[in-house]
Design a protein around this ligand. Sequence first.
Ligand code: ATP
Ligand code: MG
Length: 476
Amino acid sequence: MCPAATSSCSRPARAALVVADKVPPNLVMGVLGWKQPALLARPAANRHDTRPSPPHIRNVMTPLQPPRGTHDLIGEEQRRHAHVVATARGIAGLYGFDEWATPIFEDTRVFARTLGETSDVVTKEMYSFDDRGGDSITLRPEGTAGICRALVTNGLTQSLPQKVFYAGPMFRYERPQKGRYRQFHQIGAELIGPAEPLADAEIIALGWHILAALGIAGDTALEINTLGDADSRAAYRAALVAYFAAHRDALSPESLDRLERNPMRILDSKDAGDRQVVADAPSIAPHLTAEAAAFYDALRTQLARMGVPFRENPRIVRGLDYYNHTAFEFVTDRLGAQGTVMAGGRYDGLVQQMGGPATPAVGWAAGIERLSMLLDAAPAAPAGIAVVPVGEAAEAVALDTLQALRRAGLRAEMAYRGNLKRRMERANRIGAATAVIIGEAEAARGVAQVKDLGTGAQSEVPLAGLAAHLLAEAGR
Ligand code: ATP
Ligand code: MG
C-alpha cells in the first residue's frame, strides 16, 4: 500500500504509459536528456499493466504535482491573499507596528524548546530535518518563536517596547482538509515589552480592526479567557487532574498521556469523546489569584472602552505552552471544523526561554487562507491600458507611449505582434479598460485614438497630454 492518498498512487504508472506510448522515445530523451532508451520501451502487451513503473520512470515521466497540503496562489486566490496582507499591514501601521521578516527555517531548538513538548505542533506536526552540515533545522510552524529569537539575537531586548507585524508561510505536517494545509500563511502581530493589560486590549483591538477593514468582523466572534499566572495555574492544574482522573475511562489515549504531562492541554482536544468530558470540566475562575483576576478585569474593561465586542469562553486554551494570562480567539461558523481564524494570547516567559531577559509580551496570528475564504468577493483584477500600434511605422511611437504611461504610474501593455484585430482581441482578453490606438497617421500627427472598451466611445488625444488625460479618466 502506498502510504500517501490511494488515488495518487495509481496515477504515476498510467501517466508514464501514456507518454511512453505517444511520444517517440528519442524526443522524450531529447527533452529530458535521457541516456537509457531501454527503460522507456515498454512492450505493447504490457500497456494495461497498472503495476507501478520503476521509480526512475515514474519520477521523470509523471507530470509533477505540488506536495500534498500545499497550493499555488494564482489569479483570484492570489489577489485575495495579497489583499489580506496589504490590509493587515496598513492597519498594523496605524497602531505603530513595524514589519519584520525572519527566516522560514530555524534551529529546531527554537521551536522544540518553547512550544511545549506535548503540543500537537511539536509531537507530530513539525517539518524537521538535518541539513547537509548535520544541523537540525525546522521549517517554522508558527511565527512567534522566531520573532522572539530575532529579538534576542539582534539585542533588541534593551529597546522595548517592540511592536512587530509579520506575514509569511508556515509549515505543519497535518492532514490536509478545507482550511488546513501543510504550507499555509499567517499574518501576525507581537507587542513585546509591556506587562499591562492595556497592551493585550490594544493588540486584540488591532486584530478586530483588521477583520473590520476586511469586511469580515461581522462573521467572527471574539472569545476571551484567562490562563492566569503561575500560582493560578498550579491550583487549576490540581483541580483539572482530579476531575479528569475521575473520568479517565472516557478519555482518549492521547489525553490520558496529557493528564500526566499537561492536563490543561486536554481542554484543547479535538477528540469527540474528550470534548464531552471537557464540557463539564472545572473553570479556572475560582482558582485565579487576586492579581490574575484583576488583570483579566482590566482587560475586559479596556476592550469595552475600545468598543471591541467579546464574549468569555472559559474553555479556550492555546495550543502552545508558552501562554499565560490572556488567551483569545476570533471564531467563525462559516468555515466548518476549521472555525478559528485568529488566535493569540500573552506569553511572558517565551523571550527568557529563548535566552533573553524576562520580557512580557502578547500577540496573535491569523491564517490568511481562512481569512481569504471569508472575504465576500475577491478584489477585481486590475484593468489596464492596451497600446495598439497599427502598421510598422507606428510601432516605435507606440513603444515610447507605452513606457511614458508606465512612468506615469499607469498599468499598460502592448502585444508583441499581430494586426489590429488580433491586438484588440488580446486587449479584451487581458481585461484592458482602454485601448490607445496609434496608426501611422496618428504617429505622424502626434496623437492617439483613445477607446473606452466598455462603452466603445472613442476620442483623439495628443500624445503629449495622454498620460494626464488617462490619469484624469481613472480619477487619479
Ligand atoms: P487549529 O486548532 O485550527 O489547529 P491552532 O491552534 O493549531 O489551530 P495556531 O497555532 O493558533 O492554530 O495558529 C493561528 C491560526 O493559524 C489559526 O487560527 C488558523 O487560522 C491558522 N492555522 C493554523 N494551522 C493551520 C493550517 N494547518 N492550515 C491553515 N491555517 C492554519
Ligand atoms: Mg493546529
